[in-house]
Design a protein around this ligand. Structure first.
Ligand code: 6PG
Length: 239
């Protein structure tokens, strides 16, 4: 398994450590804008909720955050299953200190192909360089080893920064995702993985010598890759 792995007692402890790490990374460059890409899913969601509570709420420099999405379900932004809606309801609205212009949802109108190009253009405008590097990308992992909306058995094209996804086995079938290539350019990636249904995929990742699952293909070019895992996901065999 690439990167460093830390195993915690439960999902709350994983969320606590995630908050501690976000604060630490932001503190390395006080006042500088900090690009953060967020995923959907229940494990990341717990982390977002925690950030809105003391002491984190008062310690994070919310004004310097630039919030992006790592992946999105291709649904209207007010749909109950929209990742942006989840991020808005769990983090952005309760904090209400992040300027609207610092919030970058993935567009989900028109075609998914056109939306991918529009989001790539937004990233290009924000980063202004040929090779964008997020300060931090927060990823979850599904029981099948998918991450963001990169699924096993799907082609993961090289080149585009944002890819349209069809036939996702996790509903809804149509999605948008940062590409593997873009994720691998990040300065920091945090994988948040909890629950015993993840144990078989984590076990495969531990044993694989070549990456066979999308989560295992996250291998940062230069950045720091950290897995925060709870005991249930890590599994008894590895404790
Ligand atoms: C999504 C995701 C997806 C998610 C994982 C983990 O939109 O569903 O971004 O990659 O992060 O499936 O989700 P859980 O933490 O709920 O298992």
């Amino acid at each position: 398994m690439n990167g460093q792995t830390f195993v915690f007692a439960d999902p709350d402890a994983v969320a606590e450590e995630s908050a501690r790490r976000l604060l630490g990374l932001m503190a390395e460059h006080p006042g500088r804008r900090f690009s953060l890409a967020l995923s959907g899913g229940s494990t990341p969601q717990r982390f977002y909720r925690l950030l809105t509570t003391p002491p984190w709420r008062g310690q994070i420099d919310w004004g310097s955050l630039q919030v992006f999405l790592a992946d999105e379900r291709f649904l209207p932004p007010d749909h109950p299953d929209s990742n942006f809606r989840m991020v808005r309801e769990t983090l952005l609205d309760p904090i209400s200190k992040i300027p609207e212009c610092n919030i970058h949802p993935m567009p989900t109108d028109g075609t998914v192909e056109a939306s991918a190009l529009r989001y790539a253009a937004e990233l290009q405008e924000y980063f202004g360089v040929a090779s964008p590097r997020f300060d931090l990308i927060v990823l979850g992992m599904g029981p099948d080893g998918h991450t963001a909306s990169l699924f096993p058995g799907h082609a993961h094209p090289k080149g585009p920064w944002v890819i349209p996804v069809h036939n996702s086995p996790k509903p809804p079938p149509t999605r948008l995702s940062l590409s593997l290539e873009l994720i691998n350019q990040a300065r920091h990636v945090l994988f948040l993985v909890t629950g015993e249904d993840k144990a078989p995929a984590l076990s495969m990742l531990r044993e694989a010598t070549v990456p066979t699952l999308p989560a295992g293909a996250v291998q940062l070019d230069e950045g720091e890759l950290v897995w925060l895992v709870d005991q249930a996901a890590w599994g008894k065999a590895f404790s």
